[in-house]
Ligand binder design. Structure first.
Ligand code: SF4
Ligand code: SF4
Length: 168
C-alpha cells in the first residue's frame, strides 16, 4: 500500500492559501501558531512517525487521538498536515457510489483567522492540493474517519452559530 501520508505531504509542499506560496502568517503575525500547551494539531494516522524524535514537538493523546504540540515556531518544511491545510480542510462526501472530497473553510479559525473571517478566496492550486491530499488520506479508513468527524464538528459549529443568531 502506498504511503498516503508521504503523498499528502508531497502535494502540499509548495502551496499556501495565498498566490505564489506566500506565507499568510506574515500578514497576521501567525495567529494560529500562538496556541498554548492545551491546544495542538490532530495528527493523521501514520503522521506521528515524522515527529517522534523531533525536540521541537511533543505528541500527546486526548480521547484516543494523537495531538501534536509545538513551541509556536517551526521549520515550515516540517509542519504537520493540519497546519499545511489550515485554514481549509478536506471533507469527504458520498456521490455516485464513491467517496469524494470537497474543500471547506476550517470553521475553528472563524474567530482568529483573517482568511476565514474575510472569506478570502484561496489560490486555486492550494485548493486542488488540499483536495488531492484529502483523497490520499481517504484511502486509509482511520484517516477517513478523522476527516468525517472533523466535518461533523464543523456542522455542530454552524448549528451553534445559527442557534446564537436565532436568539439575537
Ligand atoms: S491560517 Fe489564518 S491565522 Fe494562520 S497564519 Fe494564515 S491567515 Fe494567519
Ligand atoms: S507546527 Fe508550525 S505551523 Fe503549526 S502551529 Fe506550530 S509553529 Fe505554527
Amino acid at each position: 500500500m502506498r504511503d498516503v501520508i508521504a503523498d499528502a505531504y508531497g502535494v502540499l509542499r509548495h502551496v499556501t492559501p495565498l498566490p505564489n506560496g506566500l506565507d499568510c502568517g506574515k500578514l497576521c503575525g501567525a495567529r494560529c501558531c500562538k496556541g498554548t500547551q492545551g491546544d495542538g494539531m490532530e495528527l493523521f494516522r501514520g503522521e506521528e512517525k515524522r515527529f517522534e524524535n523531533d525536540p521541537d514537538f511533543t505528541i500527546c493523546e486526548r480521547d484516543g487521538r494523537k495531538i501534536l504540540i509545538c513551541s509556536g515556531r517551526c521549520d515550515r518544511r516540517s509542519r504537520p498536515l493540519a497546519c499545511r491545510m489550515y485554514p481549509f480542510f478536506p471533507v469527504p462526501y458520498e456521490a455516485e457510489g464513491e467517496t469524494k472530497i470537497r474543500v471547506v473553510y476550517d470553521l475553528r479559525g472563524f474567530a482568529a483567522c483573517p482568511v476565514v473571517r474575510g472569506h478570502i478566496r484561496p489560490d486555486a492550486r492550494f485548493v486542488q492540493a488540499v483536495r488531492l491530499a484529502g483523497m490520499y488520506l481517504a484511502r486509509d479508513p482511520e484517516n477517513l474517519r478523522v476527516m468525517r468527524e472533523t466535518n461533523a464538528l464543523f456542522d455542530e459549529l454552524v448549528s451553534f452559530t445559527q442557534t446564537i443568531r436565532d436568539k439575537d
